[in-house]
Design a protein around this ligand. Structure first.
Ligand code: G16
Length: 536
């Protein structure tokens, strides 16, 4: 290692003496952008080390704070096959990000020796950023960290998070596609065209799309140049307003109504992305009532479709769905009883769901917030690509599955690819969004955020469905839940925002809301609430 280059980079990106501790959370580092300069430089260093540790494979570094407000920023790291950074390296990331400037060389040497990294190996880091104003400067800090460690940097500029995952995968696995943003657009467009042809569709599909004033707008405009004979997309919140402010997938999911500047009129098929375009939700209104088609709905649609194709083609595939505690109870019931698909539950964070999904031939994973994808094992891909079916129905089913494996970004949840997957399934099955919504009825639910002095005092177990600290909180939740029908509630500290999240569902809207506010009040009482006690 060139220690002088590291010292120089540390000098250019000084860690303030009173710097706040930052931890590697649900999706990497995430906090106020103005305290991240030294952190991003060190994340660049870490990405270069990770690349060498993986024999010179490309590693991704996305500068984004996704669904958070504009003043926030952060970093997500991507491992060689396009998956999230291996959990065992999160501790290295946190150590590097928080050490003092004069400890940095020592910390790097510790990682080199603990991981047996050969510093002669070449290193490559793929850099991307969302549309936040702070992104350019933070990317420069990351780049300085990479170059201090002698890594080559491939800068993609303003891209979606899933595009960084895609390019990283392609650089390390040429069979996956061309390692450029144009290669991504062309792959998705070709797969969607194949499905369009298979379905025999002739008229345009019309959508209204809320882009959260984020990078999804930039990239969708490019993709639509390939798809304008098939898709007509009216874009809203496409960059002129404030990022994620009263718009975007997180806002729509939590508030359960349409975003600002967009109306969902009768017959409108509406879609919403989050700030870095890795989450997607659908919604529509009927007789003034708002219907949301969230991540649970997307996984139900996808799992049932893949299951039906496999059956039609007599293909033996072990299909499973992975959810989190936020999954609507009725979606779990539908999947297990009607679709006949096993369901596993993990902690929040796509890194956990992705890992579990790899246990199946075809793992369908979505968080209720719209973040997820479908992963096909090598064995499943081989079966799908080599299988020959005698019947016409079987041949069509296999053709549909093959096109799906190309259309889906299997590296990570991807709003653009997931949206095209939903459109493809609806198209191939001749379904409307209303047919999709009729698959099951959601249990009314409510999510709330509670501000407390130190959210680390809230500890959970059992895939975050039970709370082990502070004392008395779980029993208080249990007592409240008993008062309502078909009710469930849990609390967990967020890994991306300084809040405790509360989730409640029950048989009626009124019960779900009452339960959520009561649980939020208990969190505030027992976990050190700050500001006003939560109230409806
Ligand atoms: C990230 C993660 C998601 C997670 C979300 C909220 O999403 O990638 O898996 O559901 O944060 O996490 P938490 O409840 O811990 O704050 P994004 O889209 O913000 O990157």
């Amino acid at each position: 290692m060139d220690a002088a280059a590291v010292v120089e980079a540390a000098g250019a990106h000084k860690r303030p003496e009173d710097a706040k501790h930052v931890g590697y959370g649900t999706a990497g580092f995430r906090t106020k952008a103005d305290i991240l300069d030294h952190v991003l430089m060190r994340v660049g260093v870490l990405a270069a080390l990770r690349s060498r540790c993986k024999g010179g494979a490309a590693i991704g570094l996305m500068v984004t704070a996704s669904h958070n407000p504009e003043p926030d920023n952060g970093a997500k790291l991507v491992d060689p096959m396009g998956e999230m950074l291996e959990a065992s390296w999160e501790a290295y990331a946190t150590r590097l990000a928080n050490c003092k400037d004069d400890e940095l060389v020592g910390e790097i040497n510790t990682i080199i020796s603990e991981c047996g990294i050969d510093m002669q190996t070449k290193a490559k880091v793929v850099l991307g950023r969302d549309t936040r104003g702070s992104g350019l400067k933070l990317c420069q800090a990351a780049r300085d960290g990479c170059t201090a460690l002698g890594a080559e940097v491939v800068d993609l500029g303003i891209v979606t998070t899933p595009q960084v995952h895609y390019v990283v995968r392609c650089l390390n696995d040429a069979t996956y596609g061309t390692p450029t943003v144009a290669g991504y657009q062309e792959k998705l467009a070709a797969a969607f065209k194949a499905i369009w042809t298979l379905a025999g569709r002739t008229d345009l599909i019309s959508l209204k799309l809320d882009c959260a004033n984020g990078v999804g707008a930039v990239q969708m405009k490019e993709l639509l140049k390939h798809l304008d004979s098939m898709l007509k997309v009216e874009m809203y919140n496409d960059g002129s307003g404030q990022l994620n402010h009263e718009c975007g997938a997180d806002y729509v999911k939590v508030q359960q109504h349409a975003p600002a500047n967009m109306t969902a009129g009768a017959g409108d098929r509406c879609v919403t992305f989050d700030g870095d375009a890795d989450r997607v939700l659908y919604f529509f209104t009927r007789d003034g009532t708002f219907f949301m088609l969230d991540g649970d709905r997307i996984s139900s649609l996808a799992a049932q479709f893949i299951q039906q194709c496999a059956t039609a083609a007599a293909l033996d595939l072990n299909i499973g769905v992975v959810q989190t505690a936020y999954a609507n109870g009725n979606s779990t019931k539908f999947l297990q009883t009607k679709a006949g698909v096993p369901v596993a539950c993990t902690k929040t964070g796509v890194k956990h769901l992705h890992h579990k999904a790899l246990d199946y031939d075809v793992g369908v994973y979505f968080e209720a917030n719209g973040h997820g994808t479908v992963v096909f094992s090598d064995a499943a891909l081989k079966k799908i690509n080599e299988h020959e079916s005698g019947s016409e129905e079987g041949k069509r089913a296999i053709a549909m599955l093959r096109a799906m494996t190309e259309l889906i970004n299997q590296t990570v949840g991807d709003a653009i690819s997931d949206m095209l997957m939903v459109e493809a399934i609806l198209l191939l099955q001749n379904m409307t969004v209303e047919d999709w919504a009729a698959m099951y009825d959601d249990l009314p639910n409510r999510q709330l955020k509670v501000k407390i002095a130190d959210r680390s005092v809230v500890k959970t177990t059992n895939a975050e469905r039970e709370c082990t600290a502070p004392a008395g909180l779980q029993s208080a939740i249990d007592e409240l839940v008993k008062k309502f029908t078909s009710a469930r509630s849990f609390v967990r500290p967020s890994g991306t925002e300084d809040v405790v999240r509360v989730y409640a569902e029950a048989e009626t809207r009124e019960q779900a809301d009452t339960l959520a506010w009561a649980v939020a009040g208990k969190v505030w009482d027992l976990a050190g609430g700050i500001g006003d006690r939560p109230h409806a």
